[in-house]
Design a protein. Structure first.
Length: 343
């Protein structure tokens, strides 16, 4: 009922080729679409067609967009035929209604009493590739990966969101590599992007590591797809869906125990001792205090008898940890754990 991609060479290599109504054959363009791959694959299809007495140019047009067949295919298109079209052009030998009719014709023409129908099952790696390259599944995997990764970045430690995100990205990239749509260096580029984002987390401000990491991740996603069109569509869907999900999580679920750790959830009221930074904070350098919220890296600490907004150099400091002011930069009070000071 369908012979596309590598299925074309299997079909045209058959001694007798029959198809059911509504079947298709063609669309065998290579991935990636590079000249050397197209030339090799096109010659292989022509050779198989010549062996079985089929039109080699017609078959080559299913893989090479430069092949022109007057009245059938123009330049720049990939040929794909329905059962009726393939029958009219002589590419297939006959049309059959279903598998039962096909078996009857085989037993009659070959003078056979019994015909064994073999239906090979996909192994695990083939199933992964089939799922990951499905145009409807790929955006879902990307969405889970993006949401899981961002949620993990926003929260301390490593938990379920991070595991789910890595699993989704692993299925996406692994499936495309297994299917041949992507090379292993694409996965390496994605890993480099993640590492750059981790580095950015430990560097105050948003700088070159963060930008390079995001560009590496997006670039690896685009190159993992069989075509730029499918890549842009899937990534756009995943980004929109991820944005909506993250907005929903932050807006409606941050007060639940599961998501309570994503935000501080504390109002800094003046009556409770919180004060704005002032010109005297330069005298706090070397002062000791205690973190009264988690510092990730920003948070609140009590230094002396007052509460101050403070910032670490990227480390995560749990609430209740003894801290020391290592320097003051303008209105920023930079602190670190006293355990590290003594280490």
């Amino acid at each position: 009922s369908e012979a596309t991609s590598a299925g074309v060479i299997i079909a045209i290599s058959s001694k007798t080729l029959m198809a059911a109504p509504g079947a298709t054959i063609g669309a065998a363009e290579t991935r990636p679409k590079e000249e050397k791959y197209i030339a090799y694959w096109s010659s292989a299809l022509r050779g198989a067609a010549e062996k079985t007495g089929r039109n080699p140019k017609l078959v080559a047009a299913m893989a090479d967009a430069d092949v022109v067949i007057e009245g059938v295919k123009e330049k720049g298109k990939i040929l794909s035929l329905t059962t009726g079209e393939a029958l009219e052009l002589g590419l297939i030998d006959e049309q059959v209604k279903n598998l039962e009719e096909l078996i009857q014709k085989i037993t009659a023409s070959e003078n056979m009493e019994n015909v064994e129908v073999a239906k090979p099952d996909m192994n695990l790696s083939e199933r992964i590739a089939y799922i990951a390259t499905n145009p409807y599944i790929a955006p879902v995997l990307l969405t889970i990966g993006i949401v899981g990764t961002i949620t993990e970045i926003l929260t301390p430690g490593f938990g379920i969101p991070g595991i789910l995100g890595l699993m989704a990205f692993g299925l996406f990239f692994g499936g495309n590599i297994i299917s041949g749509a992507a090379q292993t260096w694409v996965l390496a580029l994605f890993i480099v992007g993640l590492l750059l984002l981790v580095i950015e987390m430990f560097v105050p401000g948003f700088g070159v590591f963060g930008v390079a990491g995001i560009l590496s991740i997006i670039g690896s996603m685009i190159m993992a797809f069989p075509s730029p069109e499918q890549a842009l569509t899937s990534i756009l869907i995943a980004l929109v869906a991820s944005g909506l999900i993250i907005y929903f999580l932050v807006k409606y679920l941050v007060q639940t125990p599961i998501f309570d750790r994503i935000t501080l959830g504390i109002k800094q009221e003046k009556s409770e001792g919180y004060i704005a930074t002032n010109k005297d904070i330069g005298e706090l350098a070397g002062a000791k205090g205690k973190a009264i919220t988690s510092l990730r890296p920003a948070g609140v600490a009590i230094i002396g008898e007052r509460k101050h907004d403070v910032l670490t150099e990227g480390e995560f400091v749990p609430s209740g940890t003894d801290i020391v002011v290592i320097r003051v930069e303008g209105s920023k009070i930079i602190v670190k754990s006293r355990e590290k000071e003594n280490a």
